[in-house]
Write a protein of this length. Structure first.
Length: 395
């Protein structure tokens, strides 16, 4: 099944190449090469390349160090190696790549190539493009199955965070939830360490007003809006889920702000379907927040695409030219933030269907479900053990 999937991806790129009058295409970003080959690697200072043409087998140009490793791949391709970096004239990657490209008249290259690599490439009529990024936006049935699995794990993580949170819990306790999920993936033999990244975290108030800050492991959960996140990439396929919750009854102002965040989210969800402009989805949330004087409390766009990466096209933003298509995966996550008080944000992984959308993450949304006032004695004991094992109890 995987081999058929990889060949379908290459065929799709070849069709796009024909439309753009390209007879070869160079891909060098790690995620993009994995997309076409399913070969895991870390390039470090040694670049990898796949050269896809219209009439020949794909060519993988890799460091000699990786030759045996990439031969284990399932894609039918020619493998050519270069000597270690840096290497003498004639045996370095750019001299060998130049020889491979001589026969092509119009060569494309994915525009996420590193500048230092791009500047060394010699090819006739070299054109930087984004054919692979465009192709990756629309998911196959194979990819949807993998992303659904990843989303299920994100849901599980948020559920664990909500079940185990209590006043005075250390942020370190939310970090540890990702470790438990990783162990479960290993036990079930569904774990690739190179293409898996698991992050679970809670931003306590008022730090939740800064969504790209990093809480200290010694920070504690208390009053105000806590923003929890599961930010996963599992065996190459990403998902995320975020929820705002409270450990005390929220104030009247906090309740109002929470519901404004929810309604802004609903405004965007209401227009999700193929053919809708991503910028219009963003504007729905922004226009709602502007009506209630909250537009200056936003810090970011309404959402983004998800696939091999946690952040990729389409971008649900005012300046986006993207048009939603069936089988795109996106997030919807309008947030509002207040210095000294905290932030309010939910995020879901969402599939665009043929006539609307489907939520792939299903954590609770309503305020009643997200006010956690129980004592959570068992979680307190477990949290104490975690902090003691890390020598954090006195900090």
């Amino acid at each position: 099944m995987l081999e058929k999937e990889l060949m379908m991806r290459i065929k799709c790129l070849q069709n796009a190449m024909k439309k753009h009058s390209l007879d070869a295409y160079i891909v060098t970003a790690e995620e993009d090469i994995w997309y076409f080959t399913n070969v895991t690697f870390k390039p470090e200072e040694r670049p990898f390349f796949i050269i896809i043409s219209l009439d020949c087998k794909p060519v993988l140009l890799v460091p000699k160090l990786e030759e045996v490793h990439v031969h284990k791949g399932i894609l039918d391709c020619d493998i050519i190696t270069y000597w270690d970096y840096p290497s003498p004239n004639g045996s370095n990657w750019f001299d060998i790549l130049h020889q491979l490209l001589k026969k092509f008249n119009h060569t494309g290259i994915e525009n996420n190539v590193k500048a230092e690599v791009y500047l060394k490439i010699q090819a006739k009529n070299l054109l930087a493009s984004h054919l692979v990024a465009d192709q990756r936006q629309v998911k196959s049935a194979y990819e949807l199955e993998k992303i659904r699995f990843s989303a299920k794990q994100s849901d599980m993580a948020i559920e664990k965070i909500l079940q185990s949170s209590y006043k005075g819990a250390g942020v370190v306790e939310s970090f540890s939830i990702s470790n438990a999920i990783q162990k479960q993936l290993i036990r079930s033999q569904q774990f690739d360490p190179i293409t898996t990244s698991l992050t679970t975290i809670v931003w306590p108030a008022p730090l939740s007003s800064m969504p790209h800050s990093i809480p200290s492991i010694t920070d504690k959960l208390g009053k105000g809006p806590q923003v929890s996140m599961a930010y996963f990439r599992i065996n190459g396929y990403a998902s995320e889920c975020e929820r705002t919750f409270f450990l005390d009854k929220p104030t009247k102002e906090e309740q109002e702000l929470f519901h404004h965040m929810l309604r802004a989210r609903e405004q965007s969800l209401n227009i999700l379907k193929p053919g809708v402009r991503a910028s219009d989805v963003d504007c729905e949330a922004r226009n709602y927040l502007a009506r209630y004087g909250l537009i200056n409390n936003t810090l970011h766009r309404t959402g983004h695409g998800i696939g091999l990466s946690n952040h990729e096209g389409p971008f649900i933003a005012e300046g986006s030219d993207d048009i939603l298509q069936e089988n795109m995966i996106i997030t919807i996550e309008p947030g509002i933030y207040f210095d000294g008080k905290g932030g309010f944000r939910h995020s879901d992984t969402i599939l665009i269907t043929n006539d609307g959308y489907e939520l792939l993450t299903h954590a609770p949304l309503d305020l009643n479900s997200l006010v956690i006032e129980k004592t959570n004695i068992q979680s307190k004991l477990k949290g104490s053990v975690i902090r003691r094992s890390l020598n954090l109890n006195k900090k």
